[in-house]
Design a protein around this ligand. Sequence first.
Ligand code: FAD
Ligand code: SF4
Length: 466
Amino acid sequence: MRLSHTLFPENAIFVSWSTLRKMAGVLYLLRSSSQLWGMVMMDQSLFNKQISMTAIHPDSASQSSTAQATHQKAKALKPGSRRPAKELCSECGFCDTYYIHYVKEACAFLNQQFDVLEEQSHGRQRNLESPDELYFGVHQDMMAARKTEPIAGAQWTGIVSSIAIEMLKQKKVEGVVCVQNTESDRFQPMPVIARTPEEVLAARVNKPTLSPNLSVLEQVEQSGMKRLLVIGVGCQIQALRAVQDKLGLEKLYVLGTPCVDNVTRAGLQKFLETTSRSPETVVHYEFMQDFRVHFKHEDGSEEMVPFFGLKTNQLKDVFAPSCMSCFDYVNNLADLVVGYMGAPFGWQWIVVRNETGAEMLEMVKDQLETQPVMSKGDRKAAVQQSIPAYDKGVTLPMWAAKLMGVVIEKVGPKGLEYARFSIDSHFTRNFLFMRRNYPQKLAAHVPEFAKRIVAQYKLPDDGAGQ
Ligand code: FAD
Ligand code: SF4
């Protein structure tokens, strides 16, 4: 099959179908180009001088009151001060609390411990021989779902907000850690412990920036709250799981979303300004499974920009280094995960990891339409071709980008295969980022499941070996 189009008239390049497939590799250029970050190595000794950190084992469940008193005496770091994980810090909020006492063990970027925390959270580690568990983590069920009556203004159909609201209404929990926005800036995150459905609803829609959700943890313990739901992304949940037994709770529910390629508030501004026709009126955006960024504007209008048309060269450094080194895309430690990447276009993707997750989903089952997960296509060639393209900031002319988007949407991976495509592309990119910038951390930081996923692909030699 050949497409008789000249995509680059100025260079008179004739694009065959196989070339188009290669160009599909460019897809991840925008989300993959931060390798150029000139990052300094972690200097743990400097941090050690600043604060005394106590290593804990998460299995050491209830700490004695003496130990609790110890962490309560620790001092949160001042806003703006350098964090223990330095450049790799995702600003998860943990160090804004006295739980910083446990940071050396708990921080996702200082101590990778998926095995231990999977065991603690789900009662077992993932089965690395199961193709689905290798990719999507410990789970007992997966499905596509959407609300029959979507919540207006939610990121997708509002399944996350609906679960949280039901849990408050049915008194399963006394509070919900979620993130609203500040009054002056719809994208500036403001973590809260919501105690009413209205407060949960006010947190709907993504604040697509690094968010210090865990900064409210001290308030949980101090309030005497016993039953809590936390909504958060992977790095936040990793730190939470490591200290969950120190919060004085009887029951913790964890509702996670997948997360990838997050940005600081300044980075978000740069992205909006280089990508949207009207950055100041954007109220919502998402990188969709149809290979386009969908922006929603204040007046209700929609704008779609094909991935291939993004101004990659201007956006090289926009993603946070924490996200360039993250392998927790699918929020492996949450009880229940609600995203979209493994579902057909327009549907949300649900991963039930354990009984607590099943209990949470049950609460909104009568509000949902569901269907089994599906998988279509073959991602591997496109992922492989995208790897050498990482270092080249290629931007197609918009008409060519649109054409590419239409073709890829028709023949590209769908459902779980799209999710695998996205995971493979990000894990290979992030593995290279770690290898190039933090070679001394590579072996311990990259979890076994990610190493196996990355091993399916040939990476550039870089003179660094694999
Ligand atoms: P809503 O009912 O609108 O609720 C959204 C919830 O997200 C709120 O409760 C709020 O507290 C929480 N939230 C908002 N911003 C943040 C934040 N910055 N950090 C932590 N929590 C936050 N899904 C995928 O399948 N693939 C992805 O690549 C992907 N990337 C994401 C990146 C980010 C930064 C975030 C926050 C989410 C991402 N998701 C991704 C999840 C997806 O976009 C939806 O959030 C999810 O499907 C829930 O939709 P909903 O309509 O049910 O949520
Ligand atoms: Fe602290 Fe969280 Fe940053 Fe780690 S990622 S240094 S725990 S604020």
